[in-house]
Design a protein around this ligand. Structure first.
Ligand SMILES: Nc1nc2c(ncn2[C@@H]2O[C@H](COP(=O)(O)OP(=O)(O)O)[C@@H](O)[C@H]2O)c(=O)[nH]1
Ligand SMILES: [Mg+2]
Length: 309
């Protein structure tokens, strides 16, 4: 059991998923009952519907069968604890690679429109600001005035500096911003970019150009390229992460909107199936609704049946 403010916040963020799991599982058990084939099938369906992925679901159910013989009296709490610990054991420890950095630490944020880039940048800015870092945000989504204004709001809220230039070439803004960040001793620079699909050739070329310009000013940068993925798109989130990372280098994922889905298992599926680690998760629209992803505490918060909600 994990008790901390952050864990409680995580549980709160995942309450949709947990409630759905709770509702489905509690229906199957009334006190201590004999385990039936039908119950096993419904537990399997519950796991699949949580989006942890078919393969993982089947493997866990196979383990359940080995450990809980049919017709024997079972208790819900024990079964759920078994599912959780089995799932946890299957989670490889995938730490985001230790980042070799220098000052300023440059983070490039990319992804499809609406997946939460700008919001997540606001959260990251807050995260670093609360560690006392000097943070600069760069408006690399230069063609929509609204995009710049939105980033300005997050800069204000987090106490970061905003660098913008309306209707300019994003690479130009990035170049100027990085020069300035270096001269003025910023610790962290976070670059917002326009939303793009991996199939949009011109926009992917633009992204390439941004990356090259970043390197021109700071050869070791970008130190992190973060891809935002919208968790509410379900299994498609997995597909999108795969496709995007094939056409541009991505270091890790920021999985957003986990509070907005009852299928929070998608974080587990992504963690299990992709080589790119999930580093951050978004669990709400507020500035502090960001956490570093940890598979074990995530599973702990996702599947819980003891409490009444
Ligand atoms: N509930 C919830 N909403 C989020 C989260 N992250 C982003 N959003 C919302 O998703 C929408 C799109 O976000 P935005 O940052 O503009 O996406 P962008 O187009 O990729 O820059 C906004 O309404 C955000 O408030 C999250 O973790 N939880
Ligand atoms: Mg945006």
């Amino acid at each position: 059991m994990i008790f901390s403010a952050a864990f409680n916040r995580l549980k709160q963020g995942l309450s949709r998923s947990r409630t759905q799991f709770n509702n489905r599982i509690s229906k199957l058990f009334t006190g201590s009952v004999p385990l039936t084939e039908d119950m096993i099938e419904q537990i399997e369906e519950t796991l699949i519907s949580a989006d942890i992925g078919i393969d993982l679901s089947l493997e866990i159910i196979a383990d359940l069968r080995k450990n809980f013989p049919l017709d024997q009296i079972v208790e819900m709490g024990r079964v759920v604890e078994f599912l959780k610990s089995d799932l946890m054991q299957r989670m490889a420890v995938k730490q985001a690679e230790e980042i070799v950095s220098e000052k300023p630490h440059v983070i490039l944020v990319v992804g499809v429109n609406g997946t939460g880039k700008t919001t997540s940048i606001g959260k990251l800015a807050h995260y670093y600001r609360s560690q006392g870092k000097k943070v600069m945000l760069v408006a690399g989504d230069t063609f929509r005035a609204a995009a710049i204004e939105q980033l300005a709001v997050w800069a204000d809220r987090s106490g970061a500096e905003l660098i913008k230039k309306a209707a300019a070439d994003p690479s130009g803004v990035v170049y100027d911003a990085l020069q300035s960040a270096r001269q003025r001793g910023f610790d962290v620079v976070i670059i917002d970019t326009a939303g793009r699909l991996h199939t949009q050739k011109n926009l992917m070329i633009e992204l390439d150009k941004i990356q090259r310009v970043v390197k021109k000013v700071i050869p070791s940068a970008p130190h992190e390229t973060v891809l935002t993925i919208d968790a509410t798109t379900g299994q498609n989130a997995l597909v999108q992460a795969r496709q995007f990372s094939k056409v541009t280098p991505v270091d890790h994922l920021f999985l957003t909107k986990l509070d907005g889905t009852a299928k929070g298992g998608i974080a587990i599926a992504i963690h299990h199936n992709l080589d790119i680690p999930v580093k951050y998760i978004g669990i709400g629209e507020q500035i502090e609704d960001i956490q570093e992803f940890d598979a074990k505490s995530y599973i702990e918060a996702l599947f819980e049946v003891r409490e009444s909600e």
